[in-house]
Design a protein around this ligand. Structure first.
Ligand code: B3K
Ligand code: ZN
Length: 857
């Protein structure tokens, strides 16, 4: 398969200033006539031939300046059209079959409605076009369709005209005044109802807002609407960004490959990130809706007004927009809790990627299939890299940098370099060495060792850094790493202020004076740098920081480190009684601490994820790690039994609400049950059953059922059946029902997953359903890594079955098998064998082929 290289970028030879798209809509057959004004690009290479990308479409009719086109040819899926002049009108007709488009790219049908997904390369499945993000055009869209089937007709921009044809069909014309690349085109047609509101922008423009859903879902759209309004306001205040059209539409679709899509003025969402009410959505789901609504809205500036020159620049819009949505959610809720959650995601999803066969820099050098690069690295590490600029510049100068970026590049297809340069000029930073964060893959490993000179009263912190080798990058240069530290006095429990250190060589020392005894060092506070830090703190220091650190993240981190040390150590040498005791005491202190709120308490009580532990232990036996983690939970649960029960009772008395106090109560309520389960399953089961039966909301109900699903008690199957019956017909909740079983601690998970795949509600055609069963199982370490290799086989079977139908979703399962190098040799061989079985299949998609080949290398 062909590899696209960043260094080979060439500006397009032809530009398209305007395009008019005329659709005759039908579920089985949609006709599309595209009329483009093409103009030779003065900055192009002068190629006389217009290259139009196509994918799975045929030319039904082709005209140049209204006459039948001559001399054109196909080169594979693409259309080559030689042109004589400098500007022409090109008209091309294509026929589309949305009902059978199972890839969910281009124009597809979902539950009787039509909708599109064009990013990254879906527009070429609709019409022939220079489908690359540096070709910006003005779009006019005319749709005509049966009024009963498609009463609502939406596209980008503003609605300018509508009318009836008199034969039961009607039409609408949408005009988008903003130039945009083809990947931001969107169309929706179907039976939809809207939750409407308005927003007045800072300069007084009134914007009509609508969240479009299927009839029965309307009552679950208020949270999405509120999140949209909050996002619009927040972007004005935090970044000075104002919305720029008279309308803003969000549409919810049940069949969708990812979370949502930021099409100009017409965001299309997976129903999962729109629909929420207390009965069917958990607090986590509410946060997901708020975060994704914000994310897609923020793309209007970071992505749409300023887009990407080519797909290697993807992190320009994604990394920056993730940072913006993280800052938004932090402002809407609790900043320290949000930071802890974001770091947990980074460690569980991005660190493994960065140390595996699919590692790539946030600005990759090459790809075969761009869909494979919508990764935790591009998104989450990309956000961390820009967050470091924020840390180095401080909030005011950071804002000057982003202001300059928006100012300088508005209306352009820009590069990561453009962003970095704007930051240098606007935020007054020297980022010459910092650019390495864009070039080098791999999570830097940093060590810190403290020495104390009694006679000088001086503490010296000795840092070393090493960026590990990654595919294609055997040797690395040292990076500039901003590390925030504080030095605590052991007796008073206070420190003399935070300092930001820049570790920019392989070895760097920093000396601090005025100490009479060695301080306790709190390093990488707030997780200022996305690194793996070994701070060589002893257990006493960690216990001290867990109790005294005034940086909430650092406090969390110390406890996590203590637990990590115990878990990794116990695999080799059995449990360390003293350390286990210290952990239980520290957790007990967390339960008792009146200074922290329950949202934070819930974070502090969570043990590190197995994926993160596996990173540190590799190559490891994941099942042994899982058992060690359960044993530690049991130990803590036994030691803190009374406290946990009291916590569960206190939290259960707080009535439902969406405020932080009530949300925090729900979080610790289920956390308490989780700890208790390992120690006293009977007690936990009784409490979980009561919690389930009296639940007034999904957070409590799902939390209780999650606990029960892992315990072999009589209530288990009764309540799982009750849950299914209660929410029958609600696809998003039925997804939860599948996930609860696939993710449970039940030793028979694999049998259950096999049975669930035969359940009447299972369908391989809906990505949410596939993920709820199989992605959850793949993430359930004890099940997926079953010694027999059966978990691996099930995922490989799924990939082979799904790949021809939906390549993008199928390819997303490969990284789970691709982690074989992190696993002990026996299982690693079984994982490799499954990858080889997939690789041997004929006609694999480009998506899956690329991931499998790289994973076997
Ligand atoms: N930009 C889209 C992702 C498109 C993925 C295409 N495979 C959603 C987002 O990041 O906002
Ligand atoms: Zn995005």
């Amino acid at each position: 398969p062909a590899t696209t290289m960043r260094k080979n970028y060439q500006p397009p030879a032809w530009l398209v200033s305007e395009i008019r798209l005329e659709f005759e809509l039908g579920l089985e057959l949609t006709k599309c006539v595209a009329t483009m004004r093409v103009e030779r690009n003065p900055d192009g290479d002068g190629d006389q031939t217009l290259h139009l990308s196509g994918d799975n479409i045929a030319v039904m009719n082709l005209k140049v300046d209204d006459a039948d086109a001559e001399g054109w040819s196909m080169s594979g899926p693409n259309l080559l059209l030689p042109l004589s002049g400098d500007a022409h009108k090109v008209t091309v007709e294509t026929h589309l079959h949305p009902a059978t488009n199972s890839q969910l790219m281009g124009l597809f049908a979902s539950n009787g409605m039509l909708c599109t997904q064009c990013e990254a390369e879906g527009f070429r499945r609709i019409t022939f076009f220079p489908d690359r993000p540096d070709v910006l055009s003005r779009y006019t869209v005319r749709m005509t369709g049966d009024k009963a089937t498609f009463p609502v007709l939406l596209s980008n921009g503003n609605l300018v005209e509508t009318g009836e044809n008199g034969d039961g069909s009607h039409w609408a014309v949408w005009d988008d005044p903003w130039l945009k690349p083809s990947y931001l085109f969107a169309l929706v047609a179907g039976q939809l109802v809207a939750n409407r509101d308005t927003f007045t922008t800072m300069s007084g423009r009134k914007v009509d807002l609508a969240v479009w859903v299927r009839e029965g879902d309307l009552e679950r759209t208020d949270h999405a609407m509120r999140s949209l309004i909050n996002s619009m306001k927040w972007d004005e205040e935090a970044f000075g960004r104002e919305y720029d059209l008279d309308q803003f539409n969000i549409v919810a679709v049940a069949d969708f490959n990812m979370g949502a899509m930021e099409n100009k003025g017409l965001n299309i969402f997976n129903t999962r990130y729109v629909l929420a009410d207390p009965e069917t959505a958990t607090d986590g789901d509410y946060d997901g809706v708020e975060g994704v609504v914000g994310h897609e809205y923020f793309h209007n500036w970071s992505g749409n007004r300023i887009t990407c020159r080519d797909w290697f620049q993807l992190s320009l819009k994604e990394g920056f927009t993730v940072l913006r949505d993280q800052m938004f959610s932090a402002d809407m809720g609790s900043e320290p809790v949000k930071r802890i959650e974001d770091v947990r995601v980074l460690r569980a999803a991005q660190f493994p990627e960065d140390s595996g066969p699919l590692a790539h820099p946030i600005r990759p050098d090459s790809y075969q299939e761009i869909s494979n690069f919508y990764t935790a690295t591009i998104y989450n590490k990309g956000a961390e890299v820009i967050r470091m600029m924020h840390t180095m510049a401080g909030p005011e100068r950071f804002r000057e940098g982003t202001d300059l970026y928006f100012d300088r590049h508005d209306g352009e297809a820009a590069t990561c370099e453009d962003f970095v340069k704007s930051m240098e000029d606007g935020a007054k930073l020297d980022l010459s060495q910092f650019r390495l964060w864009y070039e080098q893959a791999g999570t830097p490993k940093v060590t810190m060792h403290a020495t104390f000179d009694q006679s000088e009263g001086a503490v010296t912190l000795h840092f070393t850094q090493k960026v590990p080798a990654t595919p294609g990058q055997p040797t690395k240069q040292p990076m500039p790493i901003p590390i925030k530290v504080a030095l605590f006095d052991r007796d008073s429990g206070t420190h003399g202020g935070e300092q930001l250190l820049m570790v920019d060589k392989s070895k760097a020392d920093f000396t601090f004076k005025g100490f009479t005894r060695p301080p306790v060092i709190s390093a990488n506070r707030g997780f200022t740098a996305p690194i793996q830090l070994d701070a060589e703190n002893n257990d006493d220091d960690l216990v001290f920081l867990a109790a005294h650190d005034d940086d909430a993240f650092a406090r969390y981190e110390s406890l996590q480190q203590l637990v990590t040390r115990e878990l990794l150590g116990s695999i080799e040498n059995g449990p360390d009684e003293k350390r286990r005791g210290a952990i239980a005491d520290a957790m007990g202190a967390v339960i008792d601490d009146a200074q922290i709120d329950d949202l934070m308490r819930g974070e502090l009580l969570m043990l590190p994820t197995l994926t993160f532990l596996l990173e540190l232990a590799a190559p490891a036996d994941p099942v042994a790690l899982h058992h060690a983690r359960e044993r530690l939970k049991a130990h803590i649960g036994l030691r803190l039994r009374d406290k946990l029960i009291a916590l569960h009772e206190r939290a259960s008395a707080i009535p439902y609400g969406l405020d932080a106090r009530a949300r925090g109560a729900r979080k610790v309520k289920t956390q308490a049950l989780v700890m208790l389960t390992a120690a006293d399953p009977k007690e936990a089961a009784a409490r979980a059953e009561a919690q389930y039966r009296s639940a007034t909301n999904m957070t409590d109900r799902q939390g209780a059922l999650m606990v029960l699903a892992g315990i072999g008690c009589p209530a288990r199957s009764e309540l799982l059946a009750d849950f299914h019956a209660r929410f029958d017909g609600n696809a998003l909740v039925i997804d939860k029902w599948f996930a609860l079983q696939a993710g449970s601690l039940d030793p028979k998970v694999l049998d259950r997953v096999e049975a669930l795949a035969q359940h009447a509600d299972f369908t391989i055609k809906n990505p949410n359903r596939v993920r709820s069963l199989y992605m959850t199982m793949a993430g359930n370490m004890a099940a997926f890594h079953d010694e027999s290799g059966r978990g691996y086989r099930m995922i490989a079977d799924l990939v082979l079955q799904l790949d021809p139908l939906n390549a993008q979703t199928a390819a997303r399962f490969i990284p789970w098998l691709g982690r074989w190098r992190k696993i002990e040799p026996k299982r690693a061989a079984l994982m490799r064998a499954e990858l080889e079985r997939i690789a041997a299949a004929p006609d694999l998609s480009k998506d899956t082929r690329e991931q499998v080949t790289k994973s076997l290398d």
